[in-house]
Design a binder for this molecule. Structure first.
Ligand SMILES: [Zn+2]
Length: 309
């Protein structure tokens, strides 16, 4: 029997990736396109290319994108890194291009669904997934279903009078534990005179450091880098403790670039979460890495599309 094929798309601020995926999760073709200043035009160009190249008929399109999505209408209500997308009804726009059913989902929610279908969430009925990159996103699976909610866990409050966040509020988890927060914290300490080998990186311009630079400095034993990662991990653990207390999940699955610093950043989070979670709800192996990595969103979007096809 011929397998049903769909297109999964992951839209990010830098590039848009798409893949043709069948109901067994096999990827037969993939391509990408720079997002540029007009994400909708870039998406159209990419989908035209992928549909022309796909060696099978396509029954639906699933799109994962950062931001807050109105699940009923398919309107992108808020887009942190693709400004022109805000207010666009992506679902109705894309469905007119190729006359196919279209599903639009937040990228972290889609990643959770991908992990449920083919990754670290297989066989798990209840889990929370966190994407730890420049920002922090989340997706929640409960009773075996992806919750169609915003799940903006990066903006849960961990301080009443704390750091300013990208959302305009203060004290959010993202303002303490995300990639941008870690970089800001390291820069602030160096501005205040802290010694660090990070001052010699990037031709001596410490304003250009990345989370990867901080991790590599930490691996060389740099005290500032290690301290910044540990502190961020501690805050992450505080946020995770709240999520475990609320959702009582079987697992908290972590994905995204910052998980590369697992042995400092995530270890600090596990230690903190173990202290701050209701002890009946915590287990030492509850926090686990994703297995699909960067493909979780694209696979999740495809499986959501399969359901709609
Ligand atoms: Zn916030």
């Amino acid at each position: 029997m011929r397998k049903n094929s769909v297109i999964g798309v992951d839209m990010g601020g830098t590039n848009i990736r798409a893949a043709v995926i069948d109901s067994a999760g096999e990827i037969s073709y993939r391509d990408r396109q720079d997002t540029g200043s007009d994400p909708v035009a870039a998406l159209k160009l990419l989908l035209d290319k992928v549909i022309a190249q796909a060696n099978c008929s396509i029954s639906a399109i699933g799109i994962a994108t950062a931001g807050v999505i109105d699940h009923k209408s398919g309107v992108v209500l808020r887009s942190p890194n693709m400004g022109p997308l805000a207010g666009v009804n992506l679902k109705s726009e894309v469905s007119t291009w190729h006359n196919l059913p279209v599903v639009v989902e937040n990228d972290a929610n889609a990643a959770a669904y991908g992990e449920k279908a083919l990754g670290a969430g297989v066989g798990k009925q209840d889990f929370v997934l966190l994407t730890l990159g420049t920002g922090i996103g989340g997706g929640i699976v409960a009773n075996g279903r992806l919750l169609g909610i915003s799940a903006e866990v990066g903006h849960i409050k961990i301080s009443t009078n704390g750091n300013p966040c990208s959302c305009g509020d203060i004290g959010c988890l993202e303002a303490y534990a995300s990639g941008w927060a870690i970089v800001s914290s390291a820069i602030k300490s160096m501005e205040e005179g802290a010694e660090s080998i990070m001052k010699q990186m990037n031709n001596g311009n410490f304003y250009k450091i990345t989370p990867e630079d901080i991790y590599s400095a930490a691996l060389e034993g740099d005290a500032l880098a290690r301290g910044v990662l540990r502190e961020a991990g501690k805050h992450l653990g505080t946020g995770i403790a709240s999520m475990i207390n609320i959702f009582n999940p079987q697992a908290v699955i972590l994905t995204g670039g910052l998980t590369g610093a697992w042995n400092i950043y995530v270890d600090a989070a596990v230690k903190e979460a173990s202290k701050r979670t209701l002890k009946e709800l915590f287990s030492e192996d509850i926090i686990i890495p994703s297995t699909l990595g960067g493909d979780a969103g694209i696979i999740g979007a495809a499986f959501l599309a399969l359901e709609a096809s």
